[in-house]
Design a protein around this ligand. Structure first.
Ligand SMILES: [Fe+2]
Ligand SMILES: [Fe+2]
Length: 172
């Protein structure tokens, strides 16, 4: 066996978080679509696809290591938002939470002397910096524009290639 059971269990638990994050972003994308804010919707759709990719990457790692990858049920997601800032703030908090979870996974890999997993997780460590940075940029822009001027946010997303969803993703 390449991996310890504690590591396998922790990775399977993280898969739940990544799939849940994916669905949460899709819920936010649909909210913005219903508000006729297509750039914001597109941004969150792409984030949703990215999170799906993160879950798949973790599952593939378990399969490659000869372990049992489990496709989980996901947690509840929030579907109703009063303001754009509320939705983006939720997204930023989610990214900060996932960053903590990835750090804990790395801690566990180090504790278990599992250098294979520690190495594998470095991609996620770098990815979280991108994700937190792009989401906190977006929250700044949303707050600066204000709820009455969300078309300025649309303009920002249409013009700014880094903010364009997926643009800041770490190389696989
Ligand atoms: Fe993720
Ligand atoms: Fe993320």
């Amino acid at each position: 066996m390449l991996l310890k059971q504690s590591v396998v269990d922790a990775i399977n638990k993280q898969v739940v978080e990544e799939f849940t994050a994916s669905l949460q972003y899709i819920a936010i994308a649909l909210h913005f679509d219903s508000e006729t804010l297509p750039e914001l919707s597109k941004f969150f759709q792409a984030q949703g696809m990215e999170e799906h990719g993160h879950a798949m990457k973790l599952l593939q790692y378990l399969n490659d290591a000869g372990e049992k990858a489990l496709v989980p049920a996901t947690k509840e997601v929030k579907n109703h938002f009063e303001t754009a800032a509320e939705a983006v703030e939720l997204a930023l908090n989610q990214e900060l939470k996932v960053t903590d979870q990835i750090n804990s996974l790395v801690d566990l890999a180090v504790k278990e002397n599992d250098h294979l997993t520690r190495q594998f997780l470095q991609w996620f460590v770098a990815e979280q910096l991108e994700e937190v940075a792009s989401m906190s940029d977006l929250l700044n822009v949303v707050k600066r524009a204000g709820e009455a001027n969300l078309l300025l946010v649309e303009d920002y997303l249409a013009r700014n290639p880094r903010a364009d969803a997926g643009g800041g993703e770490a190389e696989a």
